[in-house]
Ligand binder design. Structure first.
Ligand code: ADP
Length: 260
């Protein structure tokens, strides 16, 4: 479980990116974080795996205060929390399987790193992860020969190979076309439902957030202005999250809204 208690994040002297955030996210939830650019979505996600330190309050994961963790403990935390980026973060000039095997690097002995030998177990695990996202047949293809959607699935497989309890996804479909976005979102949904991995995702496309997430957290100017079921989001709620600028955020959303 992830718990934010009165969390604040201030950049520099006075950029209040997060203000008094109180949240509980149970294991296995699929949460979409929505809001205008600059609202604090990315900061909120990145505090969970200590990419950013919070300024005040408490952030607990399974009752352990994340801010108290040191060196090795932070690395351990990050192994339990996978992170997916908009830009995939892959080494494109090498094969898919090598990109997935990279997830084992922190735990293999130095001599193996130098010789580049991965164990049979590592390789099986990497192939299983590729199978889970439907691209096992691409294992020995170079990443730069894959489409954007396939590359995002490689990134997802790399994260799955580390057996995470939580996956944080920062705008994972922002650079994909609508059809490919759907395929990637279906992968997230499958992983969430079948493996009970929590998914916490920042997403710009409101209609996709409403379709796939069970819970929506709306942020405006560093504050949570909505936290509830995706099925209960109304136009009034979206106006509050987007300060009346929702058309700019996503013009296609109306068809996904509940009637009130
Ligand atoms: P979002 O993900 O919703 O676009 P961010 O979390 O990136 O929002 O940003 C929230 C606020 O914090 C913005 O005002 C942004 O300019 C500021 N901010 C984000 N990262 C940094 C940083 N590393 N240093 C200073 N200010 C930052």
């Amino acid at each position: 479980m992830i718990e934010f208690i009165d969390v604040e994040k201030i950049y520099g002297k006075d950029v209040k990116a997060l203000q008094k955030i109180n949240l509980k996210i149970e294991q296995g939830e699929f949460v979409a974080i929505i809001g205008l650019s600059g609202a604090g979505k990315s900061t909120l996600i990145r505090c969970i795996n200590r990419m950013h330190d919070i300024t005040s309050g408490k952030l607990l994961i399974d009752d352990v205060e994340v801010g108290d963790l040191k060196g090795k403990e932070v690395r351990h935390l990050r192994r339990r929390i996978g992170m997916i980026f908009q830009s995939f973060n892959l080494v494109t000039r090498t094969t898919v399987i090598k990109n997935v095997l990279v997830s084992f690097v922190p735990e293999i002995p130095v001599w193996r790193k130098i010789t580049g030998i991965f164990s049979k177990e590592n390789k099986i695990k990497a192939l299983e992860s590729l199978d889970k996202v439907g691209i096992l047949d691409k294992a020995y293809v170079r990443v730069d020969q894959l489409s954007g959607g396939q590359q995002q699935r490689v990134a997802l497989a790399r994260t799955l190979a580390q057996d995470p309890a939580i996956i944080l996804a920062d705008e994972p479909i922002a650079s994909l076309d609508p059809v490919t976005s759907k395929i990637v979102m279906n992968d997230f949904k499958k992983i969430n439902q079948e493996l009970q991995i929590s998914v916490i995702m920042n997403i710009h496309h409101v209609e996709v957030a409403l379709e796939y997430a069970n819970r929506i957290i709306g942020i405006n100017d560093g504050k949570i202005v909505y936290d509830g079921k995706a099925s209960e989001v109304t136009q009034v709620i979206l106006d509050e999250i987007y300060g009346g600028k929702m058309e700019e955020a996503d013009p296609k959303v109306e068809e996904k809204l509940v009637d009130v």
